[in-house]
Design a protein around this ligand. Sequence first.
Ligand code: HCB
Length: 228
Amino acid sequence: MAAMSEERFAAMRQSIVSGAPDTAGGLAHEALTSGIAPLDAINSGFVLGMHDVGEQFAHGQMFLPDMMASAEAMRAAMAVLEPELTKLGKSRPMAGIVVLGTTKGDIHEIGKILVGTMLTANGFRVHDLGVDVSGDRFAAKAREVGADIVGVSALLTTTMRNQKGVIESLEKAGLRSQVKVMVGGAPVSRGWAEQIGADGYAKDAMSAVTLARELMEQKTQASAKEPA
Ligand code: HCB
């Protein structure tokens, strides 16, 4: 049984590297019908394929159209797995309100989608603004929905600095004391998060859930200390 799962995970990984959406979608369906948890399919299968793609691109063994095909395959797998994870979230008490997006100038969305899916699966209400999102749009949405947390993704070294811009927009809108900011993305680090004054950094979607819970706890403690 374990060996069969290993084979399936390897096939999932390969479907992303090969940029094969139909295969990826089919394997995601198969995972669900054969009792593989959606989360295991994502973490032990499909995401590893995206990491391989990044490595191959960095070493000149893959080019932009290949990377786009891989992203398409990843989306096909997620389209099958995401509804299952969303169902899980609906059965849980509301954990907090999160506004999520990728920074201005950046169109990478897969990691952000994964973070959103995992937060939703864990009871958070997530408003995903998509990609190429300005600081002012983050702030406006945070105000509109009464966000507890804003999650900002950046995948390029050139767009990381826009995470700081989001914090500045929240400050300008007078929202910074009410909204926690968490940052992530391949080039982002804990040190960078500290440098720009974010409240936390998460290296992957699972850590983003743990961090979001900690940030909610901090918010609850801070409001308990406020004079009545
Ligand atoms: Co893109 N790209 N890309 N790309 N791309 C990267 C990011 C490079 C690292 C590849 C490389 O050189 N090795 C590189 C960036 C180099 C750099 O700046 N240091 C790069 C480049 C250069 C570019 C272009 C400039 C290429 C070009 O045009 N010449 C261009 C930029 C376009 C733009 O944004 N303006 C570009 C385009 C593309 C696409 C469109 C082909 C495609 C994106 C498709 C899409 O998302 N719809 C793409 C892809 C797929 C990648 C790689 C291969 C994978 C990214 C990915 O999905 N990773 C990536 C290589 C890599 O990252 N190693 C490559 C998988 C997810 C699961 O990981 O890190 O995104 P993640 O997210 C994690 C984690 O960071 C954390 O949780 C997530 C889930 O576990 N997290 C958060 C993320 N956000 C969070 C927010 C939070 O609040 C908390 C946690």
